[in-house]
Design a protein around this ligand. Sequence first.
Ligand SMILES: [Cu+2]
Length: 496
Amino acid sequence: MTTQFRSYSINTSSLVFSSFSIFMFAFMMIMVFTFQSSSFGYNTFAFAQNQNQSSYLSGMNFSKSHDVYSKNGFLNTTLVAEYKIGKVGNQITTAMVYNGSLPGPTYHVYPGDRVVINLVNRLNESTNLHFHGMHVSPANNSDNVFLEIAPGKTQQYVVDIPKNHEPGTNWYHPHLHRYTYGQVSAGLSGMFIVEGLEKLLPKPLQNITQHTFAMRDFPFDNLFVTTHNLSNTVASQDRLTVNGEVNPVVNMKSGETQLWRLANIGPENELTVEFPGHKFHVIAEDGSPVWKVWDNDTLFMQSGKRFDVLVTATGNGTFPLRSLNNSLTAPYDFNIATVKIQGNQKAVQPAANIIPAGLIPKRDLNLVNVAAHRVLNFSSNDRDWIYTINNKTFDPNRIDEKVKLGTVEEWKLVNLDKHSSGNIHPFHIHVNDFQVVSVNGKPYDAHGYQDTVNIPTESTVIIRIPFDDFVGKSVYHCHLLFHEDYGMMHSFEVVK
Ligand SMILES: [Cu+2]
């Protein structure tokens, strides 16, 4: 049930222990107690009875994630980032949460919508917001990760979703350099779903039952949440949660086909997802519907990765949805969820007859002119916590790559780290999806576009990126958020 944190060698001198944060945490705890004791008439007595802190705290919890839908082309909402104490599994923990829930609210939007989110920062540190996988403007108060929202401040985000935006599963999380790993680890992430994917399926599947699996490792210890002092977490354990729960139950009827939106919205751990005896039919990757539906027994999902899959229940009984042993962060299998398949009286059409060959026309970037070739070398210095692209750590005031709007570029992504380091680097670029062209010199038969691709150790991945629609400054980076915070991020600017 537990997975282990990726271990970093400890270098305490590179982190300043924040006594101010400890003070704020103590202050917050007092406020929480004061608020709770005044909210019940009989609470003075109850408080006196509950002198044991853990029994008192056991009454508190995170809320369930709410579904928030846009209406008539508009979604106007408030997102409050704050601290909260609650339970993950049976363990009490302090988290950073959006609107009190774990994970944050799930937003359901449609192509053409205007999304207005008032982000209220009630943390004791700065934060901001990124919409991972969305093809939207990176400028001004849209998907702009260069904004910094100070403690106590509110920032209005306005995100205009293009009318031709693809339906699929995306997500949101803080993206402030140096704070991203700590804040996402502590609980800040949520789902952002562009509706309409099932409309691209054959008629019999258009009213299909859907489940979202917002998967993330959790919790860190309480001290980490307020101080981000990593030396506290190196030897600790975490648990995988799905929609805030440990090993939840999913019900299916035998023969039924469901649409599962699988998303790794955690800070760094990889999952190798398997549903024994069943195949995943992938209909969208990273929020992009595929031109070629493919199936596999397992799906490798690094931080940030999404797969929308069709699954047809076979047999009858209880089956684990699990993550397989990987040598990096979880050297053993563990459950993600438990699937209960019940016998179905009604005959259900076998899935093989209705699963489509593809959802969209193929747009092969192998066939287009390439305007520029670039090489990006990723390398790690684990001892000093320095992670670089082309030997440079992130500098928000430097533009690393200048790109012309309306062109397609070919980028060669090279992971210089040795196999023995275990340092894979999941590459992610904002705003613009890409097609993988080759892996280690071998042509890659892409099924569609993606926004995150793993660069294994001692490996080269070549991608082609169309820079359509949006000018402005944005970033690409390694999606192991620890690597990102310690330098492995660069900026690019799209110009006319
Ligand atoms: Cu990395």
